[in-house]
Design a protein around this ligand. Structure first.
Ligand SMILES: CN1c2c(nc(N)[nH]c2=O)NC[C@@H]1CNc1ccc(C(=O)N[C@@H](CCC(=O)N[C@@H](CCC(=O)N[C@@H](CCC(=O)O)C(=O)O)C(=O)O)C(=O)O)cc1
Ligand SMILES: N[C@@H](CCS)C(=O)O
Ligand SMILES: [Zn+2]
Length: 766
């Protein structure tokens, strides 16, 4: 009979219990035992949720106190020497030192998990690293699940993906040299898990969805040959894309089962099935683990039934990938109308969809006739809903001139017009937008939302916050201040709430990194701006200072990437709709006298398709959408953009093609590595490489900032260099922010003096 399983489950908790337990622990308000209890309680609740929904093999090892890739590093004893910690004796202080850094040790670098908004901690590979199996924490969780009478399936990040996702440090070397030692650790771990009763182990190798070099593909064959005598059966899990290009390799691997993402890449079955080894389990990922739309049950049942005919007991059904990337339970959403709710499925609803598919296969269609009718009805109402299609949006897009995404003049001309009024000093300073989202701000917003604080009082509180933010930036002498984003719950959700075509949830939390979560809004229909969204806040801010205030918007690609997007329209088309809505806002800001405007695009790299063959078309429409958002603005209005948390080396031309006047970009955690590439490529416009990492509570010393800025000056002409932190400061507290920015300003002023030009920049006049 078909087996139901999941690859991973959300771990933060319906009410973000894990977040609050972690943050209380970090603040010394919860003991180690209390934090571990909270974690155990969540794990058990989630396993039981899955069991109740008919999931027969629950995952173990998908839960983490911070990040599953960090846990995978600890599991194989791969802790960078610089921390001076022993994996086998790691306590919580050590664990969080790796994740969050300490006064002496910067945290592990953090970057995006494939094309998701989840961030993982990047392994640091040294040529002399000695791996050793450290299975005790995973084993303890396995026993917890067994004690609940469950049939758990441990989940490991596979050896090749773990190596690939890390970065080499020190003298350059080939990461594949580390494979033999790493495999010894995996063999030990598999033996220990099997001895503890795990008959199946899931090994995730998501890098198989990428274009891999030949030596890495060859390493898959040898690595899995090495693990072939594993006493536990191995389920090789792939997701986020097709592995069809590697069909022959995959079919020859000595593994007992393979999971395929049949939502993202349904066509890969045709490539894989002809050579599928007899007796190998197919885990069919039929339910979308990356989006929130209710499955078309009839369609999925037809697919599942065909597979069941061929595979019989060797068919497993699952979501397409871990459910980490979707919210937990749509039933908790009390503010959504019944029709809208009927279109949606969060993690718990997706489990139910799997259960229905199994019932349909084993007992026949009639056994789920009502549910099939319900699903058909929901698909039909969604397709036909008048709330989804807007003729005005379509007409406006159709009427755009061919050059709507071009500024009227090239950058050098614009730079002159901008410097003429901005009169900025050399190495102008700015921040990325947000200032600390203090408890007071969030409490005020929570009260406002509950109706306990009147709109006017909320407005007054936010204005007071803005005034304070301006006062502090003036005291620091920052050249281009911002309003601080106090009024925003989140840089995407905030805009989603104000745009037509978007829905938002009350409890639709998805983990972004560590304890930090986001509530991605849901794009369900055509997007349009109903009314100005940020203008009054920016206008007010400008009234407080003679300095040029930078207005702050989230760009179309990021609005798309960090939302759940409708699946009935190409993403490019949705991006164009958002771009026009933002263009309305840009023009209104400009008219209101806000003539420096940042259009954040931190997610542009994350949205890059996993296969290189799809890159050009993505970069073309993403770039067009970005540029379209500043359609028709004046040369003298300076457009900034900002990007963070990604490797940008691959897409420098695409980044340059956005033609923003200034880009502020995260670089400090990677020690300005990116800048070398920007220098080689001769990035044409202005650039502000982040001079310190804002995701760590560490205050960067002046010497550190100076070292990074000096490195930047070696590759970027001083006339085009800006000085700023890596990203927004919303997660930090004020003492840290003021100390860090004061150091940044002191270094900048020293460097300006040493560059011998304390007056206006000359760049724009060249
Ligand atoms: C820049 N980043 C972002 C990403 N994705 C986004 N959608 N947004 C981003 O900004 N991806 C990449 C990075 C990831 N970085 C971060 C950084 C910080 C957070 C974060 O702090 N998230 C908050 C939740 C933010 C939010 O929605 N706040 C709301 C609700 C606040 C709240 O919890 N209120 C309480 C009451 C008040 C209290 O007691 O504190 C309540 O309602 O119960 C708001 O401000 O109104 C987090 O807490 O995790 C995310 C990604
Ligand atoms: N303007 C945003 C960008 C974050 S990527 C902020 O400062 O938080
Ligand atoms: Zn950022």
């Amino acid at each position: 009979m078909t087996t139901l399983h999941t690859l991973g489950f959300p771990r933060i908790g319906a009410k973000r219990e894990l977040k609050f337990a972690l943050e209380a622990f970090w603040q010394g308000q919860k003991s180690t035992a209390e934090l571990l209890d909270a974690a155990r309680e969540l794990r058990q609740r989630h396993w039981l949720n899955q069991k109740a929904a008919g999931i027969e093999r629950v995952p173990v090892g998908d839960f983490s106190l911070y990040d599953q890739v960090l846990d995978a590093q600890i599991l194989v004893g791969a802790i960078p020497k610089r921390f001076g910690l022993d994996a086998a004796a790691l306590d919580l202080a050590g664990y969080f030192a790796l994740a969050r850094g300490t006064a002496d040790h910067p945290a592990l670098e953090m970057t995006k998990w494939f094309d998701t908004n989840y961030h993982y901690l990047v392994p640091e590979w040294h040529a002399d690293i000695a791996f050793s199996a450290n299975p005790a924490p995973l084993l303890a969780q396995l026993r917890e699940a067994q004690a609940l009478g469950l049939a758990p399936k441990p989940v490991l990040l596979g050896p090749l993906s773990l190596l690939w996702l890390g970065k080499t440090k020190g003298v350059a070397f080939d990461r594949l040299n580390l494979l033999p030692g790493l495999l010894t650790a995996y063999r030990d771990i598999l033996a220990t898990l099997a001895a503890a009763g795990a008959d199946w182990v899931q090994i995730d190798e998501p890098i198989l969805a990428l274009d891999l070099p030949a030596d890495w593909l060859a390493a898959f064959a040898s690595a899995y040959q090495n693990l072939a005598d594993s006493p536990a059966k191995l389920l090789l899990a792939t997701y986020f894309g097709s592995i069809a290009d590697h069909a022959a390799l995959i079919n020859a691997l000595p593994v007992d089962g393979v999971h395929l993402d049949l939502v993202r890449a349904p066509e890969q079955l045709d490539a894989l099935l002809p050579g599928w080894p007899a007796g190998r389990v197919l885990s069919a990922g039929l339910i979308d683990g990356r989006n929130v739309w209710r499955a078309d049950l009839a369609r999925q049942l037809a697919r599942a039934a065909t597979l069941a005919e061929r595979f019989g007991n060797d068919l497993w059904l699952a979501p397409s990938c871990s459910l980490l990337h979707v919210p937990l339970d749509v039933a908790q959403e009390t503010a959504l109308d019944t029709e809208t709710k009927s279109w949606l499925a969060f993690a718990l609803q997706k489990l139910n969809e799997l259960k229905l598919l199994k019932r349909g296969i084993t007992q026949g269609r009639d056994a789920i006739a009502n549910e099939l009718a319900g699903s058909d009805f929901a698909q039909a109402t969604r397709r036909q809903s008048p709330r989804i299609h807007r003729a005005d949006v379509a007409a406006r897009l159709a009427a755009l001139p061919a050059d709507a995404d071009r500024r009227s003049s090239p950058y050098p001309v614009r730079a002159r017009a901008q410097q003429a009024w901005l009169k900025l000093p050399l190495l102008p300073t700015t921040t990325i937008g947000s200032f600390p989202q203090t408890a007071a701000i969030r409490v005020a917003r929570a009260a406002f939302r509950k109706g306990e604080l009147a709109a006017a009082d909320y407005e007054t509180a936010m204005r007071a916050e803005i005034a304070e933010v301006i006062r502090r930036q003036e005291a620091l002498d920052i050249d281009v201040p911002v309003h601080g984003e106090a009024e925003r719950n989140d840089m995407v959700e905030y805009f989603g709430e104000q745009l037509a075509g978007y829905l938002f949830t009350q409890l639709g939390w998805v983990q972004s990194y560590g304890s930090r979560c986001v509530k991605p809004p849901i794009i369900f229909g055509d997007v349009a701006r109903e009314a100005p969204m940020t203008v009054r806040w920016s206008e007010y801010t400008q009234s407080l200072t003679p300095r040029p205030v930078k207005g702050m918007l989230t760009g179309p690609v990021t609005m798309l990437q960090w939302s759940f997007v409708r699946d009935d329209l190409p993403r490019a088309e949705v991006a164009r709709q958002i771009a026009l809505a933002l263009n309305d806002e840009v023009l209104d800001l400009e008219a209101a006298g806000i003539r420096v405007i940042q259009i954040d695009e931190p997610a542009i790299r994350e949205g890059l398709p996993l296969k290189r063959s799809d890159w050009d078309s993505y970069l073309a429409w993403a770039g067009e959408a970005f540029r379209l958002s500043s359609h028709r603005i004046d040369d003298a209005t300076q457009i900034h953009t900002h990007m963070c948390y990604s490797e940008f080396n691959d897409i420098l031309e695409g980044v340059a093609a956005l033609d923003a006047d200034v880009i502020t970009i995260e670089t400090s955690r990677s020690d300005m590595e990116l800048l070398t590439a920007f220098g080689d490529f001769a990035y044409p416009n202005e650039i502000g490489p982040g001079v310190y990492d804002i995701h760590s509570p560490r205050i960067p010393a002046e010497a550190e900032i100076e070292r990074l800025l000096t490195k930047a000056l070696a590759v970027i002409p001083a006339e085009r260099l800006w000085v700023n932190p890596d990203c927004g400061l919303k997660t930090r507290d004020w003492p840290e922010v003021e100390a860090a920015l004061a150091n940044m300003m002191a270094v900048t002023k020293r460097l300006r003096a040493s560059l011998g030009n304390k007056g206006e920049r000359v760049s724009g006049r060249g």
